[in-house]
Design a protein. Structure first.
Length: 397
């Protein structure tokens, strides 16, 4: 074995790493999770107990947040969770083909989403229902694709919120290219790309990091590290915390408590300000947890235990903000009761809207394939038309 191959197998501990994580000794999953959660670089402004903690670097980015805005953040998270729960129920009832739940990730999405300006542009994956909410996308429009009646359901340019991306990690390239374009146009807006810890291992993401750094693109890479890439834990994806990867590409990375909506709001505002000021890209790692399944086709009990989930339930993003609101006398029982009523009304509206969605045009798949038409597409359309007509003939007989 050569010296080079030995070094590759046993990396040196960086200055920012915690002791006891190097060498060939294997770490148990429980210990790895505990160490990751205790990283000193973790930005946190609101503890799981609802206590406001000071942070000299990031406090200024939330200094002007009013009690009304805090209640707004709480409302955003509650209604987003209610919508998500209704969508999961609809899938279980056969109304949707699939659903990717955001349960547990509300603070990361609402905090970062509310940090955006109207002229900023968002490139999501397929779990950013909270960000869509912040951008003003009607939640019922998110469900058309999962019901199979359209390819997205909303105009991306109407809310500066791109359509959901199923191909893992590819939207980071789109975001980088768009950011390079607006920089050349002289705009002072920014771009944000959302992806998960699993996507961080994709080549498209690494390529995006390279191009954004070299061209100083005004883009924020927002990684929601929910600990599991389907059934693969984060330590199977990276030997270092994800935010530290930015160092190798020449731009800053920061890890924030992804269950702390104030922390996510502050860090994202900081990163967006850097982008707008021409200081280039930033990688934000929101350290959070996927409380539910990867999608409704997944069974998380096959690869993780109840103890881990219970530990993260104690860090619930909605509960911690409620504790803070109550302790600070920023919200009373009337507010929470009114919000519960609004939540139920939203659930009812979503159910009715999904069940009322019309069937798609069967021939729409042949449209917009080629700009000027194509003989093969015409032939396939004719064959499909004959196939559809055969059902009518059978019914007539």
């Amino acid at each position: 074995m050569t010296v080079e191959s030995t070094a590759a197998r046993t990396p040196r501990r960086s200055a920012g790493s915690k002791a006891g994580t190097t060498g060939t000794k294997r770490t148990t999953r429980t210990t790895a999770k505990k160490d990751a959660g205790a990283e000193p670089q973790l930005v946190q402004l609101l503890t799981p107990e609802g206590k406001r903690v000071k942070n000299a670097e990031y406090d200024k980015y939330v200094a002007g947040v009013t009690p009304e805005e805090l209640r707004g953040l709480y409302r955003d998270m509650v209604l987003t969770r209610r919508f998500d729960a209704e969508a999961t129920s609809l899938q279980r009832q056969g109304e949707l083909g699939l659903w990717a739940s955001l349960l547990g990730q509300e603070a990361a999405q609402i905090g970062s989403g509310r940090a955006l300006r109207d002229d900023d542009y968002v490139f999501p994956t397929y779990r950013e229902h909270g960000v869509a909410w912040c951008r003003g996308v009607d939640p019922t429009n998110l469900l058309g694709m999962f019901r199979g009646v359209n390819n997205g359901g909303w105009d991306p340019n109407g809310n500066n919120f791109q359509l959901y991306t199923i191909v893992i990690g590819s939207q980071t390239l789109h975001a980088t290219g768009y950011a390079m374009g607006i920089a050349k146009d002289g705009a002072d807006s920014a771009v944000i790309a959302y992806f998960g810890d699993g996507a961080s291992s994709q080549g498209d993401v690494a390529e995006s990091f390279t191009f954004s750094a070299v061209y100083n693109a005004p883009v924020v890479f927002f990684c929601q590290n929910n600990q599991w890439a389907i059934s693969e834990p984060t330590e199977k994806q990276s030997r270092v915390p994800i935010y530290q990867r930015a160092q190798g590409f020449g731009f800053p990375g920061v890890r924030v408590d992804g269950n702390d909506v104030l922390g996510c709001l502050a860090v994202t505002r900081w990163a967006l300000e850097r982008a707008r000021a021409g200081e280039g890209p930033t990688l934000v790692e929101a350290f959070t947890y996927r409380m539910g399944a990867h999608t409704t086709s997944d069974d998380p009990t096959r690869y993780r235990g109840d103890e881990e989930r219970q530990a993260w339930e104690a860090k619930d993003p909605i509960l911690r903000l409620r504790r803070y609101l109550e302790a600070s006398n920023h919200a009373d029982e009337g507010f929470f009761a009114e919000l519960e009523t609004e939540s139920e009304a939203l659930g009812k509206r979503v159910r009715e809207a999904v069940r009322a969605m019309p069937d798609p045009d069967h021939f729409a798949i042949f449209e917009n394939v080629y700009a000027d038409g194509h003989a093969l597409v015409d032939e396939e359309r004719a064959q499909f038309a004959a196939y559809q007509a055969s059902f009518a003939d059978e019914g007539g007989n």
